[in-house]
Design a protein around this ligand. Structure first.
Ligand SMILES: [Zn+2]
Length: 302
């Protein structure tokens, strides 16, 4: 069955009033593009969502999904709800989060100041597909407005906060709705497991996970998670704790590198049993690269 607007397996989830998740992937046997490419390997195989918060004729779009086709279908869905004005925010600079923005041409784009720095530095390579290969993102739309640390504004009469963090990438921007206790977490947490890009920053990741946990979020929505959990009201604060436990386990490989042979299902068994995490086997490859990066980091420092 074709997805929303005829795009892949894109489906609309509506976990709470005014909040939409646009989810594609986690469909066995389905690829967006046949040849090897960053859309399928980094996002569709794991499952990926972007979000939109709607108030009247305005939408606050959190990430622009993996292609202009996806974002065009999202825009059409929002227009069908009566939306006429769009503001885009980026959760961080990775390609599966910023690829579709051309479908919102002319809209303001808000991001962490480091997101702008990373995108500007890689712009040419992203646009000519020499950075992560095909498909190119051309034009790559850069943020038009940036913040450092923290930014607050009102949207549809509701307070919105953007909070900078260094977890998964150093330029994360989480979107926090304090009035509802709802947190859009980008890639700072994932289900089944976080994707580690910088083992040298583990201590910072743990510090920032703790900082985010102190918000006391009641419902957390990651970009890469289980669609059934996102559809039914998201994750609890224990997703942050589970992520911190996994990062701590990676740290422990410094003293016990042989433990790195364990597979993901074994390492996070307790959180799977508790229902905090839901097992998706494509994450074994993410876990494997996390372990390899971590061991290489510790070996280089020894
Ligand atoms: Zn991602």
């Amino acid at each position: 069955m074709a997805g929303l607007g005829g795009v892949g397996h894109l489906r609309v989830l509506n976990p709470e009033p005014g909040l939409y998740a646009y989810y594609d992937g986690r469909v066995p046997g389905y690829r967006f593009i046949e040849a090897p490419n960053w859309v399928d390997e980094g996002a569709i195989s794991l499952g990926t969502a972007s979000y939109a918060l709607v108030a009247g004729d305005e939408a606050l779009v959190y990430d622009s999904h993996v292609s202009v086709a996806h974002a065009g279908a999202i825009r059409a869905h929002l227009e069908g709800l009566g939306v006429r004005r769009f503001t885009v925010t980026y959760s961080h600079w990775h390609l599966d989060h910023v690829a579709g923005t051309a479908a919102f041409a002319g809209a303001p784009v808000i991001a962490n100041v480091l997101t702008l720095r990373h995108l500007a530095a890689h712009r040419k390579a992203v646009e000519d597909a020499t950075y992560h290969g095909l498909p190119a993102i051309n034009p790559l739309i850069l943020p038009t407005e940036t913040f450092e640390g923290h930014m607050a504004f009102e949207f549809g009469g509701e307070r919105i906060e953007l909070i900078a963090a260094n977890i998964h990438s150093d330029d994360a921007a989480l979107l926090w709705l304090p009035g509802r206790g709802v947190l859009l977490a980008g890639d700072t947490v994932e289900d089944t497991v976080t994707y580690v890009g910088a083992p040298e920053d583990f201590a910072i990741h743990l510090r920032d996970l703790e900082k985010i946990a102190r918000l006391g979020a009641r419902r957390i929505y990651p970009n890469h998670g289980a669609p059934e959990r996102i559809a039914s009201g998201g994750y609890g604060g224990d997703l942050l704790a589970a992520t911190a436990r996994y990062v701590s386990w990676l740290q422990s490989l410094a003293a016990r590198p042989e433990q790195g042979a364990r597979d993901l299902a074994d390492v996070v068994a307790q959180d799977l049993e508790a229902g905090t995490l839901i097992y998706w086997r494509e994450y074994e490859a993410v876990h494997r690269q996390n372990v390899e990066q971590t061991l290489a980091h510790f070996a280089g420092r020894a």
